[in-house]
Design a protein around this ligand. Structure first.
Ligand code: FRU
Length: 499
């Protein structure tokens, strides 16, 4: 008998393992198929975006016990191609100094902090809830933690916080980078309605340098959050770009992202033109770039939601998604500098052609499953409507006119979970004619990039049935050129070992 039992267990042990795709994984209603989402529960801002040793690390604001915002942790995932993600255990947990709000991560190549050569160091905001509930308002400070095993396990610095609150209620979201022009670290921090700039030799001692609060600025943009300061080249010039996220009253309501182009000497940032919005949709927030990315590329990821309704969107297992990673480039249009956004180069590795037309007479109708599609076409029309619809007569509309692009999700599907979601259509001003369209559709989102990413609009939606028809209509009797419809492959095949 004993012998039989031993054989039985040996058989179980040495049975060849067969990898099988779990067809149910990431298949819940509205689960994005090629955008990043946590396996379960709440997510908001991308945090600590950093590239190291062949991998992009994405940390994110995460509440692991519910699908609404709660005491913040840093979730963690990594990827070698920015498309396929591997989930890792939670990286940072709340402690006696507070919950872990947004922040950044760097690779300390010279061991300036003394945690070890190439330590991954996270710089984050402590939000102290126990003080907050007692009525204190200046409860935010900055802490650091380090990892010597590529972000898997973390040790908090014993003398945290490294930057104490200077009396302000909103004092958060440190973005840190090594500034080789001054041989110091710089930090940009959102404080009330301004950005504070600091410098440090070692990530532990921070010196205040200056406030950035532009004159004649747009008023009442709500709280300033999640800044970033990056340097980009255009021809032989270098410019610095300050990215700032705003909690309210952005062009299309609620949360949004804008940027200033200017100069920075390690101490003071001066914009040389008014700010521009990075995206005109409703669902593009807390966007920040990767630190240490190959070839010094500036790759940005944003949170694809809006504080107006983020906590009530119709999902049950997890909440919210990230945008696709986008590469930022600096351009000049003869009048001002602007950022363009492009899908990362290897995005094509997950697309497959469905149809390609050299010239299309309008109106044009095409039936297909539009839940995972890329649609690209050249355009000369000044007026155009693209309509995505399903058999329930739910529609998502995109309308181009002489002066703007409008997206309308008022009859797009489930909308009544929040009045700010239900009542809106979004409008983006256009300053030149639109010569190309790029539309990226996942199950519950649309990212529209025009003129090679000069214009960007990102929205989420929740149709009760997949959109299955696309119509392109124009009042001017006209055509569009080279229309490509590509399927976008799912990036979440969870290979389960068969037992
Ligand atoms: C932005 C934000 C940050 C903060 C975090 C808290 O969405 O409000 O300012 O650090 O979310 O989760």
């Amino acid at each position: 008998m004993k012998f039989k039992i031993i054989i039985f267990y040996l058989l179980i042990l040495f049975k060849p393992l067969v990898a099988q795709e779990d067809q149910q994984y990431y298949q819940e209603p509205y689960r994005p198929q090629f955008h990043f989402t946590p396996e379960t529960n709440w997510m908001n801002d991308p945090n600590g975006l950093v590239f190291y040793n062949g991998k992009y690390h994405l940390f994110y604001q995460h509440y692991p016990n519910d699908i609404v915002w709660g005491p913040m942790h840093w979730g963690h995932a990594s990827s070698t191609d920015l498309l396929h993600w591997e989930h890792h255990p939670i990286a940072l947990f709340p402690d006696s100094l507070g919950n872990i709000f947004s922040g950044s991560a760097v690779i300390d190549k010279n061991n300036s902090a003394g945690f070890g050569k190439n330590a991954m160091v996270a710089i984050f905001t402590y939000h102290n809830d126990s003080l907050w509930v007692k009525g204190f308002r200046n409860t935010e400070s900055q802490g650091i933690a380090y990892s010597l095993d590529e972000g898997i396990t973390w040790t908090k610095y014993k003398n945290n916080p490294v930057l104490n609150n200077s009396g302000e209620q909103d004092f958060r979201d440190p973005k840190v980078f090594w500034n080789e022009e001054i041989n110091l670290w710089n930090m940009v921090l959102a404080v009330g309605d301004r950005i504070k700039i600091f410098s440090s030799p070692n990530l532990k001692i921070w010196k205040f340098e200056s406030d950035f609060k532009p004159q004649n600025d747009i008023k009442d943009l709500g709280v300033w959050e999640c800044p970033d300061l990056i340097k980009l080249k255009i021809d032989d010039k270098e410019k610095w770009i300050m990215i700032i996220n705003h909690g309210n009253k952005t062009p299309n309501g609620g949360s949004g992202t804008r940027y200033f182009v200017g100069n920075f000497d390690g101490k003071v940032f001066k914009n040389d033109q008014p700010s521009l919005w990075l995206d005109y949709g409703t669902d593009f927030y807390a966007g920040v770039t990767f630190s240490n990315a190959p070839e010094n590329k500036k790759i940005l990821i944003s949170w694809m939601s809006n504080w107006q309704y983020a906590n009530s969107t119709p999902q049950k297992v997890w909440r919210s998604a990230m945008t696709l990673p986008r590469e930022l480039k600096l351009n000049y249009d003869g009048n001002q500098y602007y950022l363009s956004q492009a899908k990362i180069e290897n995005f094509n590795s997950i697309t497959e052609s469905v149809n390609k037309f050299n010239l299309v007479n309008l109106p044009f109708e095409f039936q297909n499953d539009f839940s995972q599609k890329e649609i690209k076409f050249d355009n000369k029309n000044t007026e155009l409507t693209i309509e995505l619809s399903n058999s329930k007569r739910e529609k998502f509309l995109i309308e181009l006119n002489d002066t703007s692009l409008i997206t309308d999700r008022r009859i797009s599907g489930k909308i009544n979970f929040n009045e700010n979601f239900a009542n809106t259509y979004q409008s983006m001003p256009l300053y030149d004619s639109i010569y190309n369209f790029q539309i990226i559709l996942d199950r519950a989102s649309i990212e529209i990039l025009l003129n090679d990413g000069k214009y960007s609009m990102t929205n989420i939606f929740f149709p009760n049935e997949k959109y299955s028809m696309m119509k392109i209509i124009s009042k001017c009797d006209s055509k569009i050129g080279i229309l490509e419809i590509n399927k976008i492959k799912r990036v979440w095949p969870n290979l389960k070992m068969d037992e």
